[in-house]
Design a protein around this ligand. Structure first.
Ligand SMILES: NC(=O)C1=CN([C@@H]2O[C@H](COP(=O)(O)OP(=O)(O)OC[C@H]3O[C@@H](n4cnc5c(N)ncnc54)[C@H](O)[C@@H]3O)[C@@H](O)[C@H]2O)C=CC1
Ligand SMILES: O=C(O)CCC(=O)N[C@@H](CCC(=O)O)C(=O)O
Length: 489
């Protein structure tokens, strides 16, 4: 009997599709397996969410929040277990996955605040009536998550969606199913009624069955730009459905006129290599001025990059980074490095796949200044492309020369330069003298261009979880003091 890995209408059941499994990518060990959800099971999950919708939406906001708050308490009680599961399944070190569970816990209070501030109830008096603004949930929403933050990022859609009164069918990344299973067990323990959240596990075909289901009212997606574009095409001609896309980036970081080389190198490393480069906000392109100061920054960056500690998630002396999500991902990064070398780039620190059968890879830095036709690809791993520039405006133009627009940053002691940079750069997250990773849940989070579809998440997730309803309301029907011309009643 296959393991019960699908959650449909509050019941754990075995999948009726094909075999699926999850690997610990650092030790190449299977840590979870079962069978994917069949198309029929996806259909039943959507119908269960539909059946649960009315009573969930009609429950008071306070009652829904109480369940979310109980979930936050349970996350706290199970913090270490969940942090270990995330670390095992992704390869990320424990120091980081503990932070991820912390962010999941913090999401509840922030989502309650956002729900109130952005989609709350407003009453405006008017003669003989009142003008009301309220918000209603969409209905059944499909939620798709990526593997890099398998707890925090789906949670960033799930928590606001549930608080707003939607019911959910969640399709996690096929690379991180175990984290999803453990998280949903906590939601059930928190008292979520049957059918309010459903989990369908599987690969692309499970995703397609869910995304194309006629009875979903919306889809909230965090993942790659390619998949996001496919979903956008698929949703074409359905203006009645809400689609929120959080996608990748090809994020620039420019350095100019700084006094503290070590601090600059710290912020570059934190921007480019944290999570083994697997954050959508990671800096992929680094602009360093030609000349002595730039040379000194590059020299220190090379030295510090070579010294980065890489290791297992549970090493007693914690590494800065762990394995990538899979050997396949690591090999694709090495291939991308080779492609750039073939185009004429120069390696400054060679990125190397460290151990056959695992996702271990060392960070790489590559000077691409001499490449004329640069591919505008997101390299989702620890590969940093360096551009040496002579003119600041030309560097900003090149930074904007991408279809993406997620995050961007300037490291500079000059506020005037920052003001200039801020005006000209095109991105949804723009930082000054801080790493461009590590975005706050208390701010909007989203990008422009190929990075998103103008439905920012994090604090603004409330906006796509509910639709506004404007009402003019009076306690009884009354004749106006003055009738419109031409009327006699
Ligand atoms: N902007 C943001 O907030 C963030 C964006 N990302 C991006 O996510 C990517 C890494 O995550 P991945 O898991 O590789 O993304 P992915 O796009 O491969 O997968 C995301 C989800 O979509 C599903 N899926 C894939 N193809 C599908 C299809 N044709 N139809 C329906 N569902 C499908 C997957 O099974 C998974 O659940 C990177 O590009 C990264 O930049 C990651 C984190 C945050
Ligand atoms: O969604 C939120 O609450 C804030 C966004 C966030 O946590 N971003 C993180 C990770 C996103 C990623 O890069 O995958 C970050 O900016 O580092």
């Amino acid at each position: 009997m296959s393991k019960a890995i699908q959650l449909i209408n509050g019941q754990w059941q075995a999948g009726l599709g094909h075999d699926v499994s999850s690997l610990n990518p650092a030790r190449n060990q299977v840590i979870w397996q079962g069978k994917s959800a069949s198309k029929e099971q996806v259909d039943t999950a959507v119908k269960s969410a539909r059946a649960a919708f009315e009573s969930w939406a009609e429950m008071s906001l306070e009652a829904r929040i109480a369940i979310a708050e109980k979930f936050a308490v349970l996350l706290g009680e199970n913090k270490e277990n969940l942090a270990i599961t995330i670390a095992e399944e992704t390869g990320k070190p424990l120091w980081e996955t503990r932070t991820e569970v912390g962010a999941m816990m913090g999401k509840i209070a922030i989502s309650v605040k956002a729900n109130n501030e952005r989609t709350g109830t407003v009453e405006n008096p008017m003669p003989g009536a009142k003008a009301m603004i309220r918000h209603k949930p969409h209905g059944v929403v499909a939620i798709f998550g990526p593997y890099n933050f398998p707890g925090h990022l789906p949670n960033g859609h799930i928590v606001p969606a549930l608080i707003a009164g939607n019911t959910v069918v969640f399709k996690p990344s096929e690379l991180t199913p175990k984290v999803a299973e453990e998280t949903l067990k906590l939601w059930l323990q928190a008292g979520l009624p049957n059918g309010v959240i459903n989990l369908v596990q599987g690969e692309v075909e499970t995703g397609k069955a869910l995304a194309s289901h006629p009875q979903i009212d919306g889809l909230f997606f965090t993942g790659s730009s390619n998949t996001g574009h496919l979903l956008h095409e698929q949703f074409g001609g359905q203006p009645g459905k809400i689609l929120a896309l959080e996608m990748g980036g090809n994020n620039p970081l420019i350095v100019k006129d700084i006094s503290d080389v070590k601090a600059v190198v710290h912020d570059i490393i934190q921007s480019a290599f944290v999570t083994t480069g697997q954050r959508c906000t990671c800096s992929r392109r680094l602009f360093i001025e030609a000349g002595e100061q730039g040379d000194a920054i590059i020299a220190k960056l090379i030295e510090a990059t070579k010294a980065i500690k890489i290791g297992y998630f549970d090493d007693e002396e914690q590494p800065f980074i762990g394995s990538m999500i899979s050997e396949k991902a690591a090999l694709s990064l090495v291939a991308a490095q080779q492609q750039l070398l073939d185009l004429g780039a120069t390696s400054l620190v060679e990125m190397k796949h460290l151990e056959v059968g695992t996702g271990f890879i060392s960070p790489g830095i590559i000077d691409v200044t001499s490449i004329n036709e640069m591919p505008d690809d997101e390299h989702f791993g620890p590969l940093l492309k360096v551009y040496r520039y002579t003119d600041f405006d030309a560097a900003i133009n090149e930074a904007n020369n991408t279809s993406f627009g997620l995050s961007a940053g300037l490291l500079s002691d000059s506020e005037d330069l920052y003001n200039h940079f801020f005006r000209r750069i095109r991105a949804g997250i723009v930082n000054w003298n801080k790493p461009i990773t590590g975005a706050s849940s208390a701010a909007p989070f989203g990008g422009i261009g190929a990075s998103g579809n103008h439905r920012a998440s994090a604090f603004y997730a409330a906006d796509y979880c509910a639709y506004p309803v404007a009402s003019v309301e009076a306690p009884k029907v009354s004749l106006p003091a003055t009738l419109s011309p031409g009327l006699s009643i």
